[in-house]
Design a protein around this ligand. Sequence first.
Ligand code: IPM
Ligand code: MG
Length: 356
Amino acid sequence: MKLNILVTAGDGIGPEVTGEAVAALKEIAVLGGHDFAFTEKRIGGVAIVQDGTPLPADTLEAALASDAVLLGAVGGNEFNALPPDKRPEGGLLAIRAALGGFANLRPCFSFKELAVNSPLRPEVIDGTDIMFVRELLGGAYFGKPRQWDKEKGVGYNTMVYTKDEVVRVARVAFKKLTSVDKANVLEVSQLWRAAVTEVAAEFPDVTLEHQYVDAMAMHIMNRPRDFDVVVTENLFGDILTDESGVITGSLGMLPSATIGGKVNLYEPVHGSAPDIAGKGLANPLGAILTGALILRHSGGLEAEAAAIEAAVRKVLEQGFRTADLARGNMQGLTVLSTKEMGAKVREVVKQALVRA
Ligand code: IPM
Ligand code: MG
């Protein structure tokens, strides 16, 4: 299998965690005789500083010419005063739009070993396995008109969806589906609900339920096991997936894949965490699990993707933790740096694949 992967490591802990994801993918390539080529380009704050724009043209060009893009994280406090499209986050939204992926898959799972890291009781979260399908190219993130009129002291955004945008993301998600909206207040949500209900006719074997987003925020905490696939619009998905990080115990664990466009885009859910950048404290597991999604969705390498996921479980079982996961009773636990954790995962992947 041949894959050209563009790495846009971005800001903060982005370079550290993508470094470990790339190392894991290289290990898979060696073990399986695959040909993975990696190119690096700038995005976000580092690109603002060096190129004067959060998404330089050569980054975009390389992204469009690649088979998959692995993005670290963007953002930094020094850019907070810039208008939204000039900020590091503006570069991220621009590359998402250019690559065209509209369905952002964000799995949320509990790890028995990490139950102590969650403020929720183990019996509530145990066995949780939800796939959030977050619509990524619409809603308030891209809707117009949008403005902060400082003179008038008024700011507004537009949460807008066309029926086609709802239908295409609903089709990706149909599998014991919960659709989340705010149809008791918002017209855009009424359209959302009607369009998802219409798509349901194409999937007679799938059960569909609707939830309002405020209620859903509560249900995910009370009874996360009851949900299988959850489809929702861009901003609700942004919020609910961070909330779901509470189930896993650390946002540092969660991967994501954006599919449906010209080139798939892969990003861990966590941010750039500038406060711990460069210290070897960052948790690379979310990025490494994002690497597994590249293997699954861009490489068709299911066994290798599963091997990485199993290796992550195994190192947790063996008591290895990064600093963000090292809470509670530390007996039997070993705290590792970003690099050490990456190496541990590779070691276990290697053992598993060589044996197989
Ligand atoms: C995410 C992030 C981004 C988003 C930010 C960095 C623009 O929060 O991927 O969840 O809101 O989409
Ligand atoms: Mg977010």
